[in-house]
Design a protein around this ligand. Structure first.
Ligand code: HEM
Length: 469
């Protein structure tokens, strides 16, 4: 029996168990991997494609073969992860395929067959979208992203050699049916403790919506039974019905892709300036910008880093810090997930309702770094984050976070300032009084992240891909 609306709204308390999926069996078999949980491979290659319009029939055949041979379902991803954990048998090369609205059209699909999300329909280059997100003119994007993009192929593995051999083979096969307009190579950057970090040096990928039983159980043990923050999420925030799926439970997800360059040297310089201005140490200055110390310790919980290589907690909220004397309102993680702050400002609909609404804006982040792979270097250009996130509704999720929370000076309160990591345009932020800032003294933390291009995609179901004619 097909999943009901209730099944999408209410995830079982313990999450979905791919080892014993029950009513989720077909759903997991037909959904692409990487959506409910990151693929976890250390290296990935992203190929941006444009179909050759005179070869559409062949292109469809190619997609069908590619899906049958390479594309990993959510079920296969989970089965391979289990085999690795229990028998140390490594999984196969991981692959996804995603289409843009123009990509569907180029393959001959009509309006009713194309997923309906508004930003996906408009495309990231659309002036209205760029205006709302605060993105630069398309002429300033990297050349590869300025062109019309039809599809994105993601191929990932832990062994660089295996990956590059597979990518070469796929590229050879592709040349008959598509032009590869751009390639992005990504890798997982790690600190000395082996934790995943981004280029500014902060542990990343900690706070995510969780859907699967194994992830929920692990987090529940680490995070005191979710007493302050519950990371569990219903399927309705991440999947939508695939209009072309061939099974009762054919679902897909919208992917937002953004290439975000990070000027590490600039960031570090500003971090030091901020430390000096507020008479605090460098670590704390960084934590006031991000909301967590580099090791992941939430600054609302402690004014010194305490994780030191152990997995950071995600069991916290800002209830006891509403004046924001510990974690500034503008800190990146407080802007992008206010954890209940919106219920505490004037004219809010009430705490529970506001928190429930906030939680509907959550995204599943699947970013990976690019550029310099030595974390001790401080590049000014050429390095950054390939920011990917999945969701069911891009207007209400990624776009909402960027345009309504991160960018505005007035979120969550008037005069708070934009998010100093990703808020556009850059602006001045107010720093908590006890760290030396005053209500009147603003500090200009420059924006060291620049958007180099991107696009909206849809991840179709496997039954659609493997039945293409
Ligand atoms: C180069 C750009 C970016 C950098 C360096 C960056 C860095 C970080 C770091 C260090 C964390 C804390 C660790 C964690 O919870 O995973 C974080 C969390 C987060 N980031 Fe970003 N990020 C970037 C871009 C973005 C963008 C574009 C968005 C969405 C508009 C975003 C949304 C989030 C969210 C939702 C969280 C989790 C907040 C929470 O639940 O506490 N980030 N980011």
């Amino acid at each position: 029996m097909a999943l009901t609306e209730k099944d999408l709204k209410e995830i079982p308390e313990t999450g979905i168990n791919p080892g014993n999926p029950g009513k989720y069996q077909e759903f997991l078999e037909d959904l692409q991997g990487n959506i409910l949980k990151g693929h976890g491979r250390d290296y990935s290659v992203h190929l941006f494609l444009k179909w050759k319009l005179e070869q559409v029939k062949k292109a469809k055949q190619w997609i069908k073969n590619f899906a049958q041979t390479y594309v990993t379902s959510a079920k296969q991803q989970a089965d391979e992860a289990l085999k690795y954990r229990t028998q140390k048998i490594t999984g196969s090369v991981f692959a996804n395929i995603f289409f843009t609205r123009k990509g569907y059209q180029a393959l001959g699909f009509g309006a009713i067959q194309i997923p309906k999300d508004q930003p996906f329909t408009m495309g990231m280059k659309h002036e209205q979208i760029r205006d709302s997100l605060g993105d630069p003119e398309v002429e300033e994007w990297e050349e590869g992203f300025q062109q019309e993009i039809h599809a994105l192929i993601l191929i990932a593995d832990d062994v660089p050699d295996t990956l590059s051999k597979t990518v070469d083979e796929i590229k050879r096969e592709l040349c008959d049916v598509a032009v590869i307009i751009h390639q992005q190579d990504g890798f997982v950057l790690r600190n000395e403790a082996g934790q995943v970090i981004e280029h500014f040096g902060f542990v990343d990928g900690v706070s995510q919506p969780l859907f699967l039983q194994g992830d929920i159980e692990k987090a529940q043990t680490k995070d005191c039974n979710f007493s302050l923050w519950d990371p569990r999420a219903p399927l309705e925030i991440i999947v939508v019905k695939d209009p072309n799926g061939k099974r009762d439970d054919s679902y897909g997800s919208y992917l937002v892709y953004r290439k975000l360059e990070q000027n590490v040297q600039g960031f570090r310089g500003d971090q030091q300036k901020l430390a000096h201005q507020l008479s605090i140490n460098n670590d704390l200055a960084g934590a006031l910008v991000v909301g967590r110390f580099a090791d992941g310790t939430p600054v609302t919980e402690s004014d010194v880093p305490t994780c030191c290589g152990t997995p950071p907690t995600n069991n916290f909220n800002y209830d006891a810090d509403f004046p924001a004397t510990k974690c500034p309102f503008h800190a990146h993680i407080r802007k992008t997930n206010p954890r209940g702050d919106t219920g505490k400002v004037e004219s809010s609909p009430g705490c529970d309702e506001a928190l429930a609404m906030e939680r509907n804006h959550r995204i599943a982040r699947r970013a990976i770094s690019y550029g310099e792979n030595d974390p001790n270097q401080t590049p000014e250009t050429g390095s950054g984050l390939l920011f990917l996130c999945f969701q069911a509704n891009t207007e209400n999720q990624f776009n909402f976070i960027q345009a309504r929370w991160s960018n505005p000076d007035r979120f969550v309160q008037v005069g708070v300032g934009p998010d100093p990591l990703i808020g556009q345009p850059e602006g001045t932020q107010k720093w908590p009084k006890q760290w030396g800032g005053t209500e009147t003294e603003d500090y200009d933390f420059k924006l060291w992240v620049s958007m180099k291009g991107g696009e909206y995609f849809f991840a179709p179901s496997l039954s659609f891909l493997t039945c293409l004619v």
